[in-house]
Design a protein around this ligand. Structure first.
Ligand code: PBG
Length: 326
């Protein structure tokens, strides 16, 4: 044993404080974006069955929820509307008094400091559940762009601080940027779901948002999980079209993609820690099979280590609470 030469890595792991000194990655409350689902009606707070701890909320209960969120130190929410009425062309998405527009203006009125992000898509609002206009079973690209721009402008008019288009039509950032600029919203940034895979991890969200496609799937517009080069092409075109942030979605199975995007672009990168990732942990935790807090913190720190600046997560309130305890 006497002459062995080797490195003593354990010197830097000896105590809590020593480990804290050499820790390379930190998760902050400022990193968290909390998703909320707003429904029409009154006095509604219904838990989404496949997402324990996530609720459908009506407007009259929204302020209470936002007070909790801001008290915890969370700086931003992303708002999803779940409308009662759906039609072929998703009219409620760009209606000036649609559920999401009402929710945004109510939040901004009562919590002006909170950064409100509007998810800009049509799938919750169309009766076929696709993210664009459908003709003869095809999701049409260019005709959908006008509706997306209208949706974004109506959300900005309601007071949204950031527009987050998620529908994966080609040119959606260009169309939205143009629409915002033409309507007096040059100052409103676009957080593009630039790299969005066609993923089974969205299953529980589609229960929450009532947005499952009624026929076919989203594979002609969302990305193939097997592709890596294509992620950089998607990110590049969105940057050229004017995106201010890039979202990678889902997160856990796509940490390599997050790192690629981070290494190649100099804008804030956002991970969407999606519904399926949430529900798997909740289900295992409810069975007593895992330690929820430790798993969640490890998962979110991994995303930051992979290169993200911000994380959209249903765990935001829990994480803020845990961070406040320390
Ligand atoms: C809308 C949209 C989806 C999600 C966010 N925005 C669903 C989809 O593309 O089917 C998924 C979020 C999640 O799973 O948590 N297009």
């Amino acid at each position: 044993m006497k002459d062995l030469q080797f490195a003593r890595h354990r010197r830097l792991r000896s105590t809590d404080n020593m480990r804290a000194l050499v820790r390379e990655t930190h998760l902050h409350k400022e990193d968290l974006i909390y998703p909320i689902f707003i429904v029409e009606g009154e006095n509604i707070k219904n838990e989404v069955p496949s997402m324990p701890g996530v609720y459908h909320l009506s407007l009259d209960l929204l302020n209470e929820e936002m007070a909790e969120v801001t008290d915890l130190g969370i700086k931003s929410v992303i708002v999803f509307g779940v409308p009662k009425e759906k039609d072929e062309v998703g009219t409620q998405a760009y209606h000036d008094h649609g559920i999401v527009q009402k929710a945004i203006s109510q939040i901004k009125e009562s919590f002006p400091e909170l950064v409100v992000i509007a998810d800009t898509c049509l799938c919750q609002y169309t009766n076929h559940g696709h993210c664009g206009i459908v003709e003869e079973g095809q999701v049409l690209n260019d005709p959908t762009l006008d509706l997306l721009a209208r949706t974004a402008v109506s959300q900005a008019r309601a007071g949204a601080d950031i527009i987050a288009p998620s529908n994966m039509m080609d040119g959606f950032v260009a169309a939205i940027r143009h629409g915002l600029d033409e309507n007096g919203f040059k100052h409103i940034p676009v957080m593009s779901y630039a790299v969005k895979y066609s993923s089974a991890f969205y299953g529980p969200f589609r229960d929450a948002a009532h947005s499952s496609p009624q026929f076919g799937d989203r594979k002609t517009y969302q990305m193939d999980p097997a592709n890596r080069q294509e992620a950089l092409r998607e990110a590049e075109s969105d940057i050229m079209e004017g995106a201010d942030f890039l979202i990678v979605k889902p997160a856990l199975s796509y940490l390599d993609i997050i790192r690629d995007v981070k290494n190649n672009f100099n804008v804030p990168v956002v991970a969407y820690n999606v519904s399926g990732e949430y529900s798997m942990i909740k289900a295992a935790a409810q069975n007593g099979w895992i330690n929820e807090k430790e798993i969640v913190m490890e998962m979110l720190v991994s995303m930051k280590r992979a290169g993200v600046d911000l994380i959209i997560t249903y765990f935001s309130k829990d994480v803020a609470r845990w961070l406040n305890e320390n």
